[in-house]
Design a protein around this ligand. Structure first.
Ligand code: ZN
Length: 172
């Protein structure tokens, strides 16, 4: 299973794409998930959407297991939020596509997500806490949305400029 380069800012052309649903969860999807998982573990991160390795398909991997804990990967195809609580929650978010930048983001505290699992079976997951945040963050990626879209415009412009400048200076 190869590691795959992660697309980062300022490359918005890829990251802003809306990913398309996968027609069926087949062997090629399973291979892609495996590559995504290994790439995510290596980064390291707790969630990754296919578009972050340049593949515009509605596929996500998440693993919230801490260092030293048994790995608990969750593979989601075509995930969609079908319910979100009115109660909100603040989490300091980061993103493998926006390295070394963290900011508080307010999102619904609990969500229900429908998706297909590794066998292509329909599943629903009810999540709260970090899992709820992570699911919403990753599903945003499938719609071309980044977590910096949920923070103030001033802060967003500042981080975008930082990455544009780093690229110009050849630091990316
Ligand atoms: Zn992200």
């Amino acid at each position: 299973m190869p590691l795959v380069p992660i697309v980062t800012l300022p490359d918005e052309k890829i990251l802003r794409q809306v990913s398309r649903p996968v027609a069926s969860v087949d062997a090629s999807v399973a291979r892609l998930w495996d590559d995504m998982l290994e790439t995510m573990y290596h980064a390291p991160g707790i969630g990754l959407a296919a578009i972050q390795i340049g593949v515009p398909l509605r596929l996500i991997v998440i693993d919230l297991a801490k260092d030293g804990e048994e790995k608990k990967p969750v593979f989601l195809a075509n995930p969609e939020v079908i319910w979100a609580s009115e109660a909100q929650n603040d989490y300091e978010e980061g993103c493998l596509s926006i390295p070394e930048f963290y900011e508080m983001v307010t999102r619904p505290a609990d969500v229900k997500v429908r998706y297909q699992n590794r066998r292509g079976e329909p599943r629903e997951i009810e999540a709260s806490g970090l899992m709820a945040t992570c699911l919403q963050h990753e599903i945003d990626h499938l719609n071309g949305v980044l977590f910096i879209d949920h923070i103030s415009r001033l802060k967003r412009d500042r981080v975008l400029k930082k990455f544009q400048k780093a690229q110009k200076l050849g630091k990316l």
